[in-house]
Design a binder for this molecule. Structure first.
Ligand SMILES: Cc1cc2nc3c(=O)[nH]c(=O)nc-3n(C[C@H](O)[C@H](O)[C@H](O)COP(=O)(O)OP(=O)(O)OC[C@H]3O[C@@H](n4cnc5c(N)ncnc54)[C@H](O)[C@@H]3O)c2cc1C
Length: 459
């Protein structure tokens, strides 16, 4: 609960313009990294702004160390349908020995574990090589309209240890996950479904000294063991469906097993700092409890200890900025096509409900087109694009399209569109989808499954 008891006036102040760029990207997660690198590779001057001291977003800051939504499951094999920028990120992680072989979590759901530190190093190399300028430790807090054209943003205001300053830009990409930039600049958004339901968040953690061979069969047995532990009354475990899986380096495992609620038993609101503060403590309490259960009741974990907890709780859902087109459940469930496709998504609907996780497959072809329209705000400033978790999707569709594979697809499209706009220059709306798709295709983006097939391991 946010308590506002009184107010004080803050004096208006002149801000120094501390930087300027053609394209300003807020947020260095899967979407923002992909957007910044893709735009810079097309010759644009790009500034990437990130509040932490490293890139990766949820992948590193919340230690969600497996890629989902990269592989279309063809039953006998799997085909990678997210290419382009993703090829380079995966390859750099792999070169460090930090990428595991893809594995089938369940039919239609193939994930690929990676090492979070290898991701950070790969992200550093990618931005360096592309010539992206980076401002870490910088929080985007406000936008100012373009003095010559009120329908455009002129500056993004950031706060950091160096103080408060404005950054000028021509196109702004909101890849903050929470839609911070779009929301503060007047774009319409929604939080939760019609009942206010949002997906529950999770504090991730890693363990060391796990006996790999003993733990290998865990996926088949863990559900029963969690159920027994809950029934015994000896453990306080919040979720029936959990995922405990090996990392690329031996004896290192990670767990996705906590579920943090608000005082009213709903998902905590990741845009409320008091709820976030409480949730971080509660998440770590649950980590200790779940590890106590693993150590005493699950083969392979007796000698293990907690290696680390994620720097921040993993938030699955907050603001969904309303776009020119909202991706809906019918589109995902039907594996549908669209005229303005900018790439493909394939992860099932994975909805974290109270105490459990619901799964529902992508139907039709087994994969769907991701539309550009979900990245263009329906209202608000005209030089803003939204990419990643905060793009326009119904709560149901978000349960599929929020994964990192789809976020990278959106990022590459947003960065490419922005780069095309500043090249000539043109407004974002002046660029034909056919031109965007052509450039994306030339840069490796996949619009239909090709021959790059692999045999996933069975989890
Ligand atoms: C617990 C959990 C488990 C998940 N499991 C998987 C999985 O196994 N595989 C998978 O593919 N997906 C998984 N997902 C979903 C997926 O990880 C995220 O939806 C996706 O990574 C979001 O990417 P993004 O780039 O849109 O946002 P983020 O990764 O959240 O990146 C946003 C970035 O913006 C920065 N930022 C935010 N606000 C500001 C601001 N105002 N100023 C400056 N910087 C800011 C953040 O620090 C962050 O770096 C999971 C999510 C959670 C929470």
């Amino acid at each position: 609960v946010t308590r506002q008891t009184s107010h004080v006036e803050e004096k208006a102040r002149r801000l120094p313009v501390i930087d300027s760029a053609d394209i300003v990207v807020l947020g260095g997660g899967s979407a923002g990294l992909s957007a910044a690198v893709s735009a810079a590779r097309l010759g644009a001057d790009v500034l990437l702004i990130e509040r932490y001291g490293f890139l990766g977003g949820v992948a590193t800051a919340a230690m969600v160390t497996s890629f989902c939504g990269l592989y279309f499951d063809r039953t006998e094999d799997a085909c990678r349908i997210v290419r382009g920028f993703a090829d380079d990120l995966l390859s750099l992680i792999d070169q460090q020995g930090g990428l595991a072989h893809p594995r089938r979590v369940k039919p239609g759901a193939i994930s690929q574990a990676f090492d979070a530190t290898a991701y950070k190093f790969a992200a550093d190399d990618l931005v360096d090589d592309a010539g992206v300028r980076l401002r870490l430790h910088s929080y985007g807090v406000a936008t100012l309209p373009d003095p010559d054209e009120a329908s455009r943003i002129g500056h993004l205001v950031v706060e950091s240890k160096s103080g408060r300053g404005a950054i000028a830009g021509k196109v702004f990409i909101d890849a903050s996950g929470d839609g911070d930039l779009a929301a503060i600049s007047g774009c319409a958004f929604e939080i939760g479904d019609e009942h206010g339901f949002m997906q529950y968040p999770t504090t991730m953690f890693r363990m060391r000294n796990v006996e790999d061979a003993l733990a290998a069969g865990i996926r088949k047995t863990i559900g029963g063991k969690v159920a027994d532990a809950i029934a015994s009354g000896e453990y306080d475990l919040p979720r029936k469906y959990v995922s405990v899986s090996p990392q690329p380096f031996s004896t290192e495992w990670r767990a996705n097993a906590t579920q943090v609620r608000s005082e009213s038993d709903e998902a905590i609101d990741g845009t409320d700092v008091l709820q976030l503060s409480r949730a971080e403590m509660e998440g770590r309490r649950q980590v200790r409890e779940f590890h106590r259960f693993l150590k005493s009741r699950v083969d392979g974990f007796a000698k293990s200890s907690i290696l680390d907890t994620a720097p921040q709780i993993g938030i699955r859902e907050t603001r969904r900025i309303l776009g020119q087109r909202e991706l809906n459940a019918e589109h995902v469930a039907g594996g549908k096509t669209c005229q303005d496709a900018i790439g493909l998504g394939c992860w099932p609907f994975e909805t974290h409900r109270s105490g459990t996780v619901d799964w529902r497959a992508v139907g039709g072809r087994g994969y769907y087109d991701i539309p550009l329209g979900m990245m263009i705000p329906a209202e608000g400033p005209r030089n803003v694009l939204i990419a990643g978790r905060c793009a326009s999707a119904s709560p149901e569709a978000l349960a599929s399209v929020r994964v990192m594979g789809s976020c990278m697809v959106m990022g590459q499209a947003a960065g490419t569109l922005a780069a095309l706009a500043v090249q000539e220059p043109r407004t974002l709306a002046e660029i034909e989808t056919s031109e965007l798709r052509q450039v994306l295709g030339n840069n490796g983006v996949c619009f239909s499954p090709d021959d790059l097939s692999i045999a996933p391991t069975q989890a």
